[in-house]
Ligand binder design. Structure first.
Ligand code: SF4
Length: 329
C-alpha cells in the first residue's frame, strides 16, 4: 500500500526543543543560551509504517522522540496525534493519549525496575490504565504477551537480573505492547545487544508490527539495521531534518551532502565493490547546538558550501516520498 492510501497517525509540525543553559561566567542578569536540540522538525507518520531516524550522536533524534511522546516539553511547534495537538492538551488528556504511544529504550536492563519481578513490570501499565481488571485477568494478559514476544510464561516471577540482554529487551517490548498501542518509539533498541541478538529483536519487532498493525519510529546508529526495518528514513543533523526518503531511495540515491557521506560508510556485502568504493569523510566536528552556524547548519562541514549557504537556511523541500534540505540538491 502506498503512503497516499494510508491513514496519517502523527503530524509533527515545526517542532522545537530548546534547553536553556546558563553560561558559566554569566553575569547574574545575562540570559541563558538555548541549546537547540531540535530546531524546527516536520515529520508525518502513517498507519503501519516504520520511520527510521538516523544521524550522529547529539543530532537530536532521541530528543525528537521524547518530545513526541511527551517525556520532554516542546518549546514550540505541534505534535498532532490522530488530529489532536498533544502539546496543547492538559495533563489528564495527555496521559490518556499516552497509552496509544509507547517507548522501548536503549539499555534493556537499566530500563527495568530491578526490585520488581517481570510479571509486575509488564503488568504495571495495565494496572495504571485499567485498575478495574482482576488479578487473574492481568496475569493472563501478561502471560499471553510474554508468549507473543518469545518468553516462557512460567518465568513470570523472576527478576530482570536473571535474564540476558536480549531477553530483557523482550520484556521491555512486552511492557510497551501490553496496552496495545498504535505507535512504538524504539530509541536505539538494539545498540546495546550482540549482533546475533540484534537480528532476533529486529525480526521480532517486524513480526509484531505485522500482527498488531503497529507503526514504529526506529532510532538507530546502525544504518544497515535501519535500512532493513524502515519504510522511510529521516536523516537529522544538529537538530534539523536534512533529508527524508523511502528506504531504497535514500540508500541508493542520497541527495544531501551529509546523507551522501553517511551512506558511503555503510558496508556493502560484495567484497569487490566494498574494496573499491569511495568513502566520503566529513571534515571537522559537529558544531555546538548552543552556537549553530548561520544559514545551513551543515555548511561548516559541507564540501559544496557557498556564500548563499551562510545567509539562508534551506527548507526541507519535497514530499512524503523524498524531501531534502539543501540549496544545491
Ligand atoms: S545548503 Fe549549502 S552548505 Fe547546506 S548542504 Fe546544501 S550545499 Fe551544503
Amino acid at each position: 500500500m502506498s503512503i497516499a492510501e494510508k491513514n496519517l497517525l502523527l503530524d509533527v509540525k515545526d517542532l522545537k526543543v530548546h534547553f536553556p543553559i546558563a553560561a558559566k561566567s554569566a553575569w547574574p542578569w545575562s540570559k541563558p543560551t538555548p541549546l537547540k536540540a531540535v530546531d524546527g522538525v516536520n515529520i508525518r507518520l502513517y498507519e503501519g509504517e516504520t520511520l527510521g531516524v538516523v544521524g550522529e550522536s547529539g543530532c537530536g533524534k532521541s530528543t525528537l522522540a521524547r518530545a513526541v511522546i511527551g517525556l520532554v516539553e516542546a518549546t514550540d511547534g505541534e505534535v498532532v496525534w490522530l488530529g489532536q495537538d498533544l502539546t496543547k492538551l492538559d495533563e489528564v488528556k495527555k496521559r490518556s493519549k499516552r497509552k496509544e504511544i509507547q517507548m522501548i529504550f536503549q539499555d534493556p536492563l537499566a530500563s527495568l525496575n530491578p526490585r520488581m519481578n517481570i510479571g509486575d513490570i509488564i503488568a504495571e501499565p495495565l494496572r495504571t490504565f485499567y485498575p478495574e481488571l482482576s488479578k487473574d485477568e492481568v496475569k493472563s494478559r501478561v502471560q499471553k504477551m510474554m508468549t507473543k514476544v518469545g518468553l516462557l510464561p512460567n518465568v513470570i516471577n523472576r527478576y530482570p537480573h536473571e535474564f540476558s540482554g536480549g531477553q530483557c529487551q523482550r520484556i521491555g517490548i512486552a511492557r510497551a505492547l501490553i496496552l496495545e498501542p498504535k505507535l512504538i518509539i524504539c530509541d536505539e533498541p538494539v545498540s546495546a545487544l550482540d549482533v546475533s541478538i540484534q537480528a532476533q529483536v529486529v525480526n521480532l519487532l517486524k513480526e509484531l508490527q505485522t500482527e498488531m498493525g503497529l507503526s514504529l519510529i526506529f532510532i538507530a546508529h546502525d544504518l544497515s539495521v535501519v535500512k532493513h526495518i524502515s519504510d522511510r528514513v529521516l536523516v537529522m543533523y544538529l537538530g534539523n531534518a536534512v533529508e527524508l526518503a523511502e528506504g531504497n531511495a535514500l540508500f541508493d540515491e542520497p541527495r544531501h551532502p551529509y546523507t551522501k557521506a553517511l551512506m558511503s560508510a555503510v558496508p556493502i556485502p560484495d567484497p569487490d565493490i566494498e574494496r573499491n568504493k569511495e568513502i566520503q569523510l566529513l571534515e571537522g566536528d559537529l558544531p555546538s547546538p548552543m552556537n549553530p552556524p548561520s544559514g545551513c547548519v551543515f555548511r561548516t562541514r559541507c564540501p559544496l558550501a557557498s556564500e548563499e549557504c551562510a545567509k539562508r537556511k534551506p527548507e526541507l523541500r519535497g514530499d512524503d516520498h523524498h524531501a531534502v534540505s539543501c540549496h544545491k540538491a
